[in-house]
Design a binder for this molecule. Structure first.
Ligand SMILES: [Zn+2]
Length: 235
């Protein structure tokens, strides 16, 4: 029997490995784009959060201003009433009401100061968040564009690799392609492995001396008795 040529089978495996590698890269491509898009979304969210906080504080300030106004009006009303009362105890009671109102107003004003300070801080956070996005957005967009361009390139390469695999397959006789396809599914790539030092290059188990001998002769397709992969001799 003439020595079989594994070259074509190895060429098929090389083409197939390239194809599979490109498929893996293509599968990862949308994830890479999604990761950058998630960064943009997070930066936009930070702006929205800061804005909502700031606007919430502005509303609180407005509400405090209304409270102050209401309290001031009440105090003014008591003062007017005071001008009209004749009895001392009524006058004192109104003085007490006015003092209470003034304390209340003082409390509101103190709170308003705190809110104003918090507004400044929130505005700063909002501006910072906006600056971060503004600084990064062109970088993010460039990254997405580069990733998309790379994906397009990969698609082109993949198309070529598929054609290459087809061409390589045409040089391999049918029983071998069938065995190859079965092994490519299980145990999986690589299908053709060297046997070196008596060990299978796929599962790394020791093969029988007969398999080693047959692989060395290279007259037939020889498979590993452990994993079933096609083994070829290598010094
Ligand atoms: Zn093996």
């Amino acid at each position: 029997m003439a020595a079989i040529k594994l070259d074509n089978l190895l060429a098929l495996q090389a083409a197939d490995t390239k194809r599979l590698d490109l498929e893996q890269q293509l599968a990862a491509a949308p994830r890479d784009v999604a990761a950058v898009e998630a960064k943009i979304a997070a930066e936009k969210q930070a702006i929205e959060t800061a804005k909502a906080e700031w606007h919430g504080l502005e509303a609180k300030k407005k509400s405090l201003e209304n409270d102050i106004k209401t309290a001031q009006e009440k105090a003014a009303k008591y003062r007017t009433q005071q001008l009209e009362v004749r009895k001392n105890d009524e006058y004192r009671a109104l003085t007490h009401e006015i003092e209470t109102m003034e304390t209340t107003i003082g409390g509101f004003e103190e709170e308003e100061l705190k809110v104003m300070y918090a507004i400044d801080e929130a505005k700063k956070r909002f501006a910072d968040a906006e600056r971060v996005l503004k600084q990064n957005i062109s970088g993010h967009e460039a990254k997405i564009a580069a990733l998309r361009a790379h994906e397009k390139e990969l698609r082109g390469e993949h198309e070529k690799a598929v054609a290459g695999t087809g061409a390589a397959r045409a040089h391999v006789p049918e029983p071998q392609t069938r065995l190859y396809d079965r092994l490519a599914k299980k145990p999986g790539m690589p299908v053709c492995v060297p046997v070196q030092g008596g060990r299978c290059g796929g599962c790394h188990m020791k093969v029988s001396s007969n398999i080693e001998f047959e692989a060395r002769k290279a007259e037939n397709i020889v498979t590993c008795d452990q994993c079933g992969r096609i083994v070829h001799w290598r010094l």
